[in-house]
Design a protein. Structure first.
Length: 556
C-alpha cells in the first residue's frame, strides 16, 4: 500500500509556524478585501438614506436577523415573517449566540453580521489549511490547494463575456454565476453563515486522528462538535455522515474487512449529533406552520445545476479534479493511502449528496469545493503538465508546472473578480433593498416602540422583510418561504395598494389576517399610488415626510 500520505506517518498533521503565518496573512487579506464593498456603501450613502449592512440575499439575512432578535430574550422563537399567530418553537444556536452577544455589547444586527464574517472566516480557513496539510506533505502543494479552496470560482466569467457581446446584455443562466455554495470567497463576502457551517470539516480531522490512535474519545469530540454545528444548520449533518460513510465503504472495499473501529466512531458521532436533525424533522412534520414553510422552500427556485451546468458553477477546478480522478486509476484502491481514500470518497459522495431529492440540495454543495480543490491541485502536478507538454514546446518540467499553476489561477479567479466588482456597481445605485430612506428607518423605530409583538403590519415586501427584525412584530409579507401562502399574500399586498381596489376588498384583506398597522412610504406608493388617508378604517398615527403609518380602526 502507498504510505506516502501524511495521515500514514507518526503525526497526522505537521504545520510549521511559517505556514500558519501564511494562513493568517491570507485571512487578513481576504477579510480586508471583502470588507471594501461594505466600507464603500457606508461612506457613499446619501444623506437621506441608510445602508442596512447587507449586500447579498437580503430576504434571507433579514430572516436571520429576526431570529437573532427573537432569541435575544427567549430560547425559542416564533415566526414573525408571517401574519399567522404561531407559538415560539424554533431554535438556532448560531443566531441565539449572536443575539445574546450583540445585546451584551450593544452591537446591532449588521455589526454582528460582520463579527460572524470575521470569526467564521478565521476558523474555517485554519481548518481548511490543516486538511491541505494532511493530504499534501509538500508545502507548495498545500499552499496551492489552500488558495484554490479560498478563491476558486466557476466559468461564470464566460457567461459574463457573452452578456457584453453576443447575448446583448442578457446574462445566461445567472444562477450558475451567483450561487454561493461551493464558492468560499463569495460566501465570505456575503454569506458568513455558510462559512460558519463549513467548520464541520474539523470533525473529519478528529475522526482520522481517532482512527490512527484507535481511540474513541476523538469520535466523541467530533460528535459534540457536529452537535454544536448541527444546531445551526442541521442539513450539514448529511454531509458529515455521507463523507464518513463513503470513506468507510472505500476502506472496506480496499481491505475486504469491515472497518469496525471506523463504524463504531461513526455510530458514536451519529448518536451524539443527530438531535438537531431529529428536531428539524419533527418541527417541519408536526407543526402545521413550519410544515408549510418547508414546503415553500422550492419558491426560491434554486437547485443544484444539472451535470452539464455543474462545470459552469464549479469551473476548471471541478474539471481538472474529474480528470485527475479518472487518470489516477480510481478502482485500484489497494494503491491508495487512507488520506487518498478519504478525499476520494468525499469527492464521489458529493455527486450523490448534491442531487438528493430535497429542496435544500443546493446547500449540500457547501464544502465540496475542498476535495475538488485538493484533487485539482494533485492533477496540476501529476496530470496537467504532461497534457500541456503535448500542446507546447516547453520541455523543462518545472517550467511546465509553473505554467500550469499560473494558467489554473488565471482561469478560476475571474468570476469572483466579476462578483466582487459587481457589488460596487450594485451598491452605487443606493437603492432598495440594501438601502432604506431614513424616514423609513425612523418609522420602523417608531413601530418598535409602539407596536406589540403580536401585532401584524402590512407593507410592501421591500419594507416587510425588515419589519420582524426591526420592530419585533409580525409582517404581513416578508419572505418567500417563511411567509405562509407567500404568493397569495404577494397578490393581496399588490391588490391592497392598487389605486382602483375597492375599500371592501381592502378591509377584507386587513380583517383576514387581523392587520393592526399599515405602512405607507415610497415602496408602497410605487405599487399602486393608493392614498390611505381617505380610508375611514385607517387612522394616521405616524407622519414623517416620506412615510406614514396607519392604525387599523377596529369595528369600523
Amino acid at each position: 500500500m502507498n504510505v506516502n500520505s501524511s495521515l500514514d506517518k507518526s503525526k497526522l498533521v505537521k504545520v510549521s509556524g511559517s505556514e500558519y503565518r501564511f494562513v493568517s496573512l491570507i485571512v487578513l487579506i481576504v477579510l480586508i478585501v471583502t470588507s471594501l464593498p461594505y466600507i464603500y456603501a457606508q461612506i457613499t450613502t446619501p444623506p437621506d438614506k441608510v445602508f442596512m449592512g447587507m449586500m447579498l440575499d437580503v430576504p434571507d439575512h433579514l430572516q436571520y436577523f429576526s431570529w437573532m432578535r427573537e432569541l435575544t430574550t427567549a430560547n425559542l422563537a416564533a415566526n414573525k415573517l408571517t401574519p399567522e399567530a404561531n407559538n415560539p418553537v424554533f431554535f438556532n444556536l448560531l443566531w441565539w449566540v449572536l443575539g445574546r452577544v450583540g445585546k451584551l455589547f450593544d452591537v446591532g444586527f449588521a455589526g454582528m453580521f460582520q463579527v460572524l464574517r470575521i470569526v467564521a472566516t478565521f476558523f474555517f480557513m485554519y481548518f481548511a489549511y490543516r486538511i491541505c496539510a494532511w493530504y499534501f506533505p509538500e508545502k507548495k502543494k498545500r499552499v496551492i490547494s489552500f488558495i484554490a479552496i479560498c478563491f476558486t470560482s466557476g466559468l461564470g466569467w464566460v457567461l459574463v463575456l457573452l452578456k457584453y457581446t453576443l447575448t446583448k446584455g442578457e446574462l445566461l443562466f445567472p444562477l450558475d454565476v451567483f450561487i454561493a455554495e461551493g464558492n468560499t470567497f463569495l460566501s465570505i463576502l456575503g454569506y458568513p453563515h455558510f462559512i460558519a457551517a463549513l467548520m464541520y470539516i474539523f470533525c473529519f480531522e478528529l475522526v482520522l486522528i481517532g482512527e490512527k490512535k484507535q481511540q474513541y474519545r476523538f469520535a466523541v469530540f467530533a460528535g459534540l462538535f457536529a452537535l454544536f454545528l448541527g444546531w445551526q444548520h442541521a442539513y450539514d449533518l448529511i454531509s458529515v455522515y455521507g463523507v464518513l460513510g463513503a470513506y468507510g465503504l472505500l476502506k472496506w472495499l480496499r481491505t475486504k474487512k469491515f472497518p469496525r473501529f471506523l463504524f463504531g466512531s461513526g455510530l458514536l458521532i451519529g448518536l451524539i449529533s443527530c438531535w438537531p436533525a431529529i428536531y428539524s424533522v419533527v418541527l417541519t412534520s408536526l407543526d402545521p406552520l413550519w410544515k408549510e414553510v418547508l414546503a415553500q422552500f422550492e419558491n426560491a427556485g434554486v437547485f443544484t445545476p444539472n451535470l452539464l451546468h455543474l462545470p459552469i458553477l464549479l469551473g476548471f477546478t471541478l474539471i481538472i479534479a474529474v480528470i485527475t480522478v479518472i487518470s489516477d486509476r480510481p478502482l485500484q484502491l489497494r494503491e491508495k493511502s487512507d488520506t487518498e481514500l478519504f478525499i476520494l470518497g468525499w469527492f464521489w459522495v458529493g455527486f450523490v449528496l448534491i442531487y438528493l431529492p430535497v429542496d435544500y440540495q443546493i446547500h449540500l454543495i457547501n464544502g465540496w469545493q475542498i476535495p475538488i480543490a485538493l484533487l485539482a491541485t494533485k492533477g496540476l502536478f501529476k496530470v496537467m503538465p504532461s497534457i500541456l507538454a503535448r500542446l507546447s514546446k516547453i520541455n523543462h518540467r518545472l517550467s511546465r508546472e509553473n505554467l500550469v499553476v499560473t494558467l489554473f489561477f488565471l482561469l478560476i479567479i475571474p468570476t469572483n473578480v466579476y462578483l466582487f466588482t459587481w457589488r460596487f456597481i450594485d451598491l452605487s445605485r443606493h437603492d432598495y433593498p440594501y438601502y432604506l430612506y431614513k424616514d423609513e428607518v425612523d418609522a420602523l423605530n417608531w413601530l418598535d416602540r409602539n407596536a406589540k409583538p403580536d401585532d401584524v403590519i402590512l407593507s410592501s415586501l421591500t419594507i416587510g422583510q425588515y419589519i420582524p427584525a426591526y420592530t419585533g412584530s409580525h409582517a404581513y409579507l416578508a419572505h418567500w418561504a417563511q411567509t405562509v401562502d407567500y404568493y397569495g399574500k404577494v397578490k393581496a399586498v399588490d391588490e391592497f395598494y392598487a389605486q382602483n381596489t375597492t375599500d371592501d376588498v381592502r378591509q377584507r384583506i386587513l380583517q383576514d389576517k387581523s392587520v393592526d398597522y399599515v405602512f405607507y412610504g415610497p415602496a408602497e406608493e410605487a405599487i399602486g399610488n393608493y392614498n390611505p388617508e381617505k380610508a375611514g378604517y385607517l387612522s394616521l398615527v405616524y407622519d414623517e415626510s416620506r412615510v406614514r403609518v396607519f392604525k387599523v380602526v377596529e369595528n369600523h
